[in-house]
Design a protein around this ligand. Sequence first.
Ligand code: AMP
Length: 187
Amino acid sequence: MTVRLVIFGRQGAGKGTQCLNIVNTYGVAHISTGDMLRAAVKAGTEMGRRAKAVMDAGELVGDEIINGIVAERLAEPDAAGPGFVLDGFPRTRPQAEALLEILGNDRLDAVINLDVPLEEVTARMKGRGRADDTDEAIARRLALYEEETFPVLEFFAEKGLLVTVDGLGTEEEVSSRLIAAVNDHLP
Ligand code: AMP
């Protein structure tokens, strides 16, 4: 069986941990566009050089570039066979439309919204005490996420694919809730 998922979650919602649980449960490929771009920056590729300026400015890399990267990645055997969990993509409505086009007749099983309230993720991030976690930076990143993501979540809700999972609780609680929700959506 091929399992095709997309996951959304605010920074601090525990998305990284839950992606690992999804990978361990279904054997799918974890595809993070942020990770792929950071790898390209590190490798100093042409694309990486161009992406770096955009990423440093906190902007989004162009849809065409990112859609191309994702299309290539999804065609690789580890994603095309077992399936994938997409993380950080799609971030705009054109990207969401491109994803469905790339998939063609292959349906997405579910789009997971790992939901942790704004106040809770703000408190969690302040607790981390990282240098770039000033109150303003946290508020700005979370506001951007809201702006960016809302239309994309709406797009998938209209298609009947959106599954909201309560992200409050222990890692195990959230994980079993999430896996149960995904299982409900598998054929
Ligand atoms: P992330 O780790 O997902 O927050 O991604 C880090 C940065 O990479 C973002 O701030 C964007 O500049 C860029 N990026 C990652 N994914 C995308 C995407 N789907 N579309 C455009 N830019 C992206």
